[in-house]
Design a protein around this ligand. Structure first.
Ligand SMILES: [Zn+2]
Ligand SMILES: [Zn+2]
Ligand SMILES: [Zn+2]
Length: 257
């Protein structure tokens, strides 16, 4: 069994948006409070986080994370990256491996060069870069991941498949022709869906459903949602096939079936 816990399900602004008084930002429904998108994945004692946005510290405290085997990065946008410094509590004994495609690891080296110093200042995060290749599986403990390249506007970034689940956030094209085989047999799909209005670098809800059906996913969870649509409204319109994930939601994916 693989456990997926949503640490955050909001777009880059988070929800509520600073200074916004719209119905969703003012909503009393806790499902309408969305921190920046990230997931915690656990299987047989292996614990991995995908992306570390601004709220990583708060998310780690809320989820009770006390150890990490690795962090996987989807891309270098700040809403997926800027909580990285708080990884330092997990790196006192040995370096923490961080996995990603070349461009995101290059950005991490540029923004946080001190995390890779040979003679580190005491107290900084100590990270080890683990570059991954598109569609080439790699193992972290008892989890096997595959980076699935997707287009995020003009950026080629990574989604990650693990067993019968996949996490694809910030996408506007799943590159089905080249990814067809790598996406085969996905049961549970987490997919970024920003809003109804078209956006150049993110799927709308309808486009995300279309992509999920093309993949053949049986269970679909939207993430990276903005403040234009409430949780209740998305649920009403897209359930049961696709449903809005929310912060603290836990999914259990059966690896065997
Ligand atoms: Zn994002
Ligand atoms: Zn708002
Ligand atoms: Zn992005």
């Amino acid at each position: 069994m693989t456990r997926i816990e949503f640490l955050g399900t909001g777009t880059s602004h988070g929800v509520p948006v600073i200074g916004c008084h719209c119905p969703v930002c003012s909503s009393a429904d806790p499902h309408d409070k969305r921190w920046r998108s990230s997931v915690l994945i656990e299987r047989d004692g292996t614990t991995v986080v995908i992306d570390t946005g601004y709220e990583f510290r708060l998310q780690a405290l809320r989820a009770g994370i006390d150890r990490l085997d690795a962090v996987l990065y989807t891309h270098q946008h700040s809403d997926h990256l800027m909580g990285l410094d708080d990884l330092r509590v997990f790196t006192s004994e040995e370096k923490l491996p961080v996995y990603g495609l070349g461009p995101v690891l290059d950005s991490i080296s540029r923004i946080f060069p001190y995390a890779f110093d040979d003679m580190p200042y005491k107290g900084v995060p100590r990270l080890a870069k683990r570059p991954v290749e598109e569609r080439v599986p790699f193992r972290v403990g008892s989890l096997e991941f595959t980076a699935i390249p997707v287009m995020h506007g003009c950026m080629r970034i990574a989604g990650y498949r693990f067993g019968r689940a996949a996490y694809i956030t910030d996408a506007s094209d799943i590159l089905l022709d080249e990814n067809r085989k790598a996406l085969e047999g996905i049961h549970t799909l987490v997919i970024g869906a920003l809003r109804d209005k078209p956006h150049w670098s993110h799927f709308t809800f309808d486009q995300a459903v279309e992509a999920a059906k093309a993949i053949g996913a049986e269970e679909v969870w939207f993430t990276h949602i903005n403040h234009a649509t409430s949780h209740a409204e998305i649920e009403r319109r897209y359930a049961p096939y696709a449903r809005p994930a929310y912060d603290t939601l836990v999914l259990e994916v059966d690896d065997e079936r």
